[in-house]
Design a protein around this ligand. Structure first.
Ligand SMILES: *Cc1c(COP(=O)(O)O)cnc(C)c1O
Length: 364
């Protein structure tokens, strides 16, 4: 009897490449002949410094990060950045500064609520009255000319809504993008953004690591109350080692970056992600047994929420999926239904297995 392959559709913490986990397992007790686990190393020792430097260099290459941007490894997650970003940028303007937000779902909603503790928040556009099923067209946005910055969430993990454009902004208004759930899934032009941040646990590595990519001129505007450990300038000056960084999470992220390079880089991943998403949405659209409510042009390639027409069958659907090795398909509690997250580490075989199950379940 052969074991059923397992495919994990969790939204986060999420599936990691099997090769990465295997390599980490083989290096667990003795990293490269050092006699130590990466978990046991000083973050200031030559072994860990080499791991850190390689991870930063590989990420810079993968995302084509321009030289005038710093790559920071922080803690505190995406929600931590909801406070850390305004604490670092609100000082760009006379107090109280105004920050523009586009409200496209749960995560941008949390971000704007938190920022309101440090600044005036202007909701420049919102898709709330459409139940967060689309990105409002840029022509409808009411941007503030002298906002400290514009915050957008370019992939709403819970609502399954993804931007398909980079916004146009007034000359001195940087874009801050929460890319937690789709970073490294598609080619981006980093130079169009002032700050990009992402919790690692969706598409990078383990929970506990937060990636921040910040343009150098934006390091200078923190509010005096910004905690030192969260002050980007301080973190940058100390190469992310002002305090102890999440060393093991950085190591795993580095293995993921190396894996991505072996897969052909971000452009190659994007092609695979397009194909995976096409396959899954086609199956959902083919049968009115299932429903995805997001506007077609804003459907996320990473997070695919869907509903069964007959919600009474939800438990049966999930039990049948689990029996086939298709795990963690239950939707977020705030929206119900189902959600399949198909990050970089989800192979097309996993999406095909889900599609086969969708067809079989609808047929029954
Ligand atoms: C998961 C997620 C977050 C929250 O991250 P935490 O690490 O739990 O704080 C923020 N933004 C987006 C878009 C996410 O998907």
């Amino acid at each position: 009897m052969t074991a059923t392959p397992i495919f994990n559709f969790s939204a986060g913490p999420a599936v990691l490449p099997r090769e990465v986990l295997q390599q980490a397992a083989s290096e667990m007790l003795d990293w490269h002949g050092s006699g130590m686990s990466v978990m046991e190393m000083s973050h200031r020792g030559p072994e860990f410094i080499s791991i850190y430097k390689q991870a930063v260099a590989d990420l810079r290459e993968l995302l084509n990060v321009p030289p005038n941007y710093k790559i920071l490894f922080q803690q505190g997650g995406g929600l931590g950045q909801n406070a850390i970003v305004p604490l670092n940028l609100a000082g760009r303007r006379a107090q109280p500064a105004t920050i523009d937000f586009v409200h496209t779902g749960s995560w941008s909603g949390k971000s704007l609520k938190e920022a309101a503790r440090y600044a005036n928040v202007n909701v420049a556009a919102s898709s709330k009255d459409q139940a967060f099923t689309a990105v409002p067209p840029q022509a409808s946005w009411k941007l503030t000319q002298d906002a400290a910055y514009l915050h957008i969430c370019t992939n709403e993990t819970i609502d399954g809504v993804e931007y398909n454009f980079v916004p146009e902004v007034p000359a001195d208004v940087p874009i801050v993008a929460d890319m937690s759930s789709h970073i490294l899934s598609r080619v981006i032009d980093v130079s169009k953004y002032g700050v990009i941040f992402a919790g690692a646990q969706k598409n990078i590595g383990p929970a506990g690591l937060t990636l921040v990519i910040v343009r150098e001129d934006l390091l200078e505007h923190a509010l005096p109350i910004c905690p030192s450990a969260f002050h980007w300038k301080t973190v940058a000056e100390h190469e992310s080692m002002y305090n102890t960084p999440p060393t093991y999470a950085i190591y795993i992220a580095g293995l993921v970056f190396d894996w991505l390079k072996r897969q052909g880089g971000v452009a190659a991943m994007e092609q695979r992600n397009i194909e995976k998403a096409r396959l899954l949405y086609a199956a959902l659209d083919a049968d009115d047994f299932y429903q995805n409510r997001v506007a077609k042009e804003n459907r996320s390639r990473m997070n695919v929420p869907f509903y069964l027409r007959d919600e009474a069958l939800n438990e049966q659907f999930l039990a049948g999926a689990k029996a086939r090795g298709l795990l963690q398909l239950k939707g977020h509690k705030s929206v119900g239904g189902m959600r399949a997250s198909i990050y970089n580490a989800m192979p097309i075989e996993g999406v095909q297995a889900l599609v086969d199950y969708l067809n079989e379940f609808a047929g029954r």
